[in-house]
Design a binder for this molecule. Structure first.
Ligand code: AMP
Length: 402
């Protein structure tokens, strides 16, 4: 019998599950879908079978992740791609926080589940949902390897000088406070793809990756190894994001509590959900912000300028961290689509060897591409990320060998 070659990738959020079924022989997608509003009366499943091009929807209450995954299994079965198929090699799960413990994708056993659970205090929103996804998938296919692929794993190579905050190490260690970084699957994939675009091996190139989506983070990757990243203990640190503030003086929090009379939950909500671009101008979608800027809206322009200023500071910082930079790669929703952001982020950095060619920058497309002029010392690239493919690749690499 030939060995199984399919991998189901599950990305379980607190009230949603995104999934893709891939065939690793040619890395093609067989099915993709999303379940939203799990636990509400208005749950919705949208499923597409890539082969037939057919898209189906289910609307109506799905009480929990168990019900959602059973519905997904049902849709896959209708396309002849059911979870009971002998061609399914494994299920790969995105797990947001792997702490210091998980440096690589890991086949799930009881010890792994306990460790992911122990990390809930540092990832209270994400790890419980990820755990539920794994447990539910185990119930559906107890015989199948379940692989956890951690958002933090790529960043575990950061040196202590980058990973530690300047606080008493005894206190930090007691509470597991350090800079973990997130979006690691994307930073790993994009830094590798950037090397491929340059026709080099990842070990030969230094890359600054700018993952600019609704969440946003930068990383400095030396020879394929992450040496710094902008998110920290949680995804709040670093760049200005859709709704997160990114870096601020920690004393702002004391001030909001002591002088503003806000409690910790209110401050948490303010900084994570009501700040960033949204807090600055009422919109977190870069398309809308650009439209407003074009119309002369001052508030949107200020939000855009603050966003770009922070981005530039990180490019400069990671240039200094790396010493030599071969490429800067833009990725995720904003990085892949917003030419104005790319142009503004690089503007004035000619002294660092960075420039963008206006015509190349205006080209749209799904392929990785260079947008710097031929003469530029540092390549500037748009490299579409593909976290699901990376999770599937890592999962298959672990279990697919016979
Ligand atoms: P992500 O989190 O990677 O899915 O990115 C989502 C964000 O990408 C949205 O909130 C938008 O701000 C941004 N985005 C998506 N498409 C475009 C576009 N065509 N132009 C500018 N920004 C975009």
């Amino acid at each position: 019998m030939t060995s199984p070659t399919r991998v189901l990738v599950l990305n379980s959020g607190s009230s949603s599950v995104k999934y893709q079924l891939l065939d690793m022989r040619d890395r093609s997608r067989l099915a993709v879908g999303l379940v939203e509003r799990i636990g509400e009366r208005t749950s919705r499943l949208k499923h597409t079978c890539v082969g037939s091009g057919e898209t189906r929807e289910q609307n109506g209450p799905m009480a929990d992740h168990g019900a959602a995954l059973k519905a997904v299994a049902g849709e896959l079965a209708k396309d002849g791609l059911g979870l009971d198929s002998p061609e399914l090699a494994a299920i790969g799960h995105r797990v947001v926080h792997g702490g210091e413990f998980f440096t690589e994708p890991t086949v799930v056993d009881d010890t792994v589940l306990i460790e992911i659970e122990r990390l809930i205090p540092v990832a209270p929103l994400h790890n419980p949902a990820n755990l539920t996804g794994i447990r539910t998938a185990q119930e559906l296919r107890p015989d199948l390897p379940q692989v956890a692929v951690f958002d933090t794993a790529f960043h575990t190579t950061m040196p202590e000088s980058a990973a530690r905050y300047a606080i008493d190490p005894r206190i930090a260690d007691r509470h597991r406070i350090r800079r973990y970084g997130f979006h690691g699957t994307s930073h790993a994939y994009v830094s590798r793809e950037t090397a491929r675009l340059l026709g080099k091996d990842p070990s030969e190139v230094n890359v600054i990756v700018l993952h600019l989506g609704n969440g946003a983070s930068a990383s400095a990757v030396r020879g394929g190894v992450c040496v710094d990243t902008s998110m920290g203990l949680t995804p709040l640190e670093g760049l200005v994001m859709g709704t997160r503030s990114g870096d601020l003086d920690p004393a702002v929090i004391f001030h909001l509590a002591r002088v503003g009379g806000m409690d910790m939950d209110e401050i948490d909500t303010l900084l994570n959900k009501r700040s960033g671009l949204f807090g600055l101008c009422g919109d977190n979608d870069m398309r809308e912000i650009r439209r407003r800027v074009e119309e002369g809206d001052e508030q949107a322009k200020l939000a855009f300028d603050i966003y770009i200023h922070r981005l530039k500071k990180y490019i400069g910082a990671y240039y200094a961290v790396l010493g030599r930079v071969d490429a800067v790669a833009f990725t995720a929703g904003v990085g892949e689509n917003a030419a104005a952001v790319r142009e503004a982020a690089v503007a004035g950095l000619e002294g660092l060897g960075l420039a963008v060619d206006a015509d190349l920058n205006a080209v749209r497309g799904d392929e990785a591409r260079l947008i710097s002029p031929d003469s530029a010392r540092v390549a500037v690239a748009v490299v579409p990320t593909d976290e699901e493919l990376e999770i599937a690749t890592q999962t298959y690499a672990l279990v697919g060998r016979e």
